[in-house]
Design a protein around this ligand. Structure first.
Ligand code: S3P
Length: 182
């Protein structure tokens, strides 16, 4: 499939639960459009010199959430267009939801619990899923967070049955329209 590579688009921000494909899709969009790719989790790890599990262990989740706000504010100062992948819980704080909306075109990659579980089951780098029943935790997180993703996103894409190429194409088309009406 050919992509509209030369179009002018705003920052693209990907939100959604762990395992929804933010990093994969974000990197693909950044390669396609030759835009810088940033990941809020990576920024936090770099800034603190600690891995996400260590931050949770040493400082707790509340501290991690405040760092998410900090990195969003930092990204907001950048002039060049970027593709931004975010941590799944970034929408918990109202301040972050407002920041995200002003940063650019926010896309929620909506994914069902079974697909999420399949993708994250083997990873050990997500502290919230280090529990006896990660699938139950994921279901609970979906229920809690879906209203926040919905409220924050300019575009909701159901990722079922779409490959990375199709997702990218859909996102870029909508981003272009969003930009025109912005
Ligand atoms: C979290 C998701 C993770 C990471 C941290 C907390 C969450 O990011 O920020 O483990 O609260 O859902 P990914 O969504 O990239 O896995």
């Amino acid at each position: 499939m050919s992509h509209p590579q030369s179009i002018i688009i705003p920052n693209i921000i990907l939100i959604g639960l762990m395992g929804c494909g933010k990093t994969t899709v974000g990197k693909y969009i950044s390669r396609t459009c030759k835009l810088k790719f940033v990941d809020t989790d990576q920024m936090i790890e770099k800034q603190s010199g600690m891995s996400i599990p260590t931050i949770f262990k040493v400082h707790g989740e509340a501290y991690f959430r405040s760092m998410e706000t900090e990195v969003l504010k930092k990204i907001a100062t950048k002039k060049s267009m970027q593709v931004i992948s975010t941590g799944g819980g970034i929408i918990i704080h109202p301040e972050n939801r407002e920041l995200l909306k002003t940063l650019g075109f926010v896309v929620w990659l909506k994914t069902d619990v079974d697909t999420l579980y399949q993708r994250v089951a083997k990873c050990t780098n997500r502290p919230l899923l280090r529990t006896a029943n990660p699938k139950e935790v994921l279901s609970k997180l979906i229920a809690e967070r879906e209203p926040f993703y919905q409220e924050t996103a300019h575009l909701v894409i159901d990722t079922a049955n779409l490959n990375v190429d199709e997702l990218t194409y859909g996102i870029l088309e909508s981003a272009r329209v969003f930009h025109h009406h912005d």
